[in-house]
Design a binder for this molecule. Sequence first.
Ligand code: MN3
Length: 239
Amino acid sequence: MKKRTFIKLAGTVGAGMLVAPIVGCGSGAKAARPRPFGFDQEPLGYDVAALAPKIDAVTMEIHYSKHHAGYVRKLNNALRTSDGAHDGKELIELLAELSPGQTALRNNGGGHYNHTLYWRVLTPGGATTPEGVLKEELESTFGSVEAFADQFAAAGASQFGSGWAWLIRNSEGQLEVTSTANQDNPLMANIVERPGIPLLGMDVWEHAYYLNYQNRRKDYIQGFLSLINWDEVALNAKF
Ligand code: MN3
């Protein structure tokens, strides 16, 4: 059996064990585990032009078919040429176990997970509205949905160089806004300062916005905020 096939078939057995140390056992009906993306690039789900003018078609095309595809290719190359220590693991387990020196898996595993989440939390129709339990949690944690958006935008704007802004469920089971450098992901508990389960991720690498916004990262961030698929974020919060 090829390693790739084995990784897929190995399925979900270990994932619950991964999450226990991340969210603890006391958070009741809240998130049980991170969203388990596979090792392949999913279809985009909408046309590359569908987010224009907030995110233009050329940026989307290059971002999806070059940048993200490159992370997926390099991730699978790294796994194929590894010593087998990662065989049978889900991507979420792999990320959780990485140490800082595992550069290829860190950059490309993170790059794949981060972008898969990014495409999913954007929606062509314009932002939906947070509802129900998630809305209440945003309000109780940040004061209001608008106050959350301000904090999230600030995290993206102040991330020095390339990286991501996140809404996570942290190890105490609480919502929290964080940021990470490069392609680091909150699931990388041995690497990032504030680990947790990613619910919403915003790419602030220049490749995500430079063609349309040049150096105006804050304008891109406002564009991103106007495209958030909160139904998808809520789904991530329940996984
Ligand atoms: Mn990117």
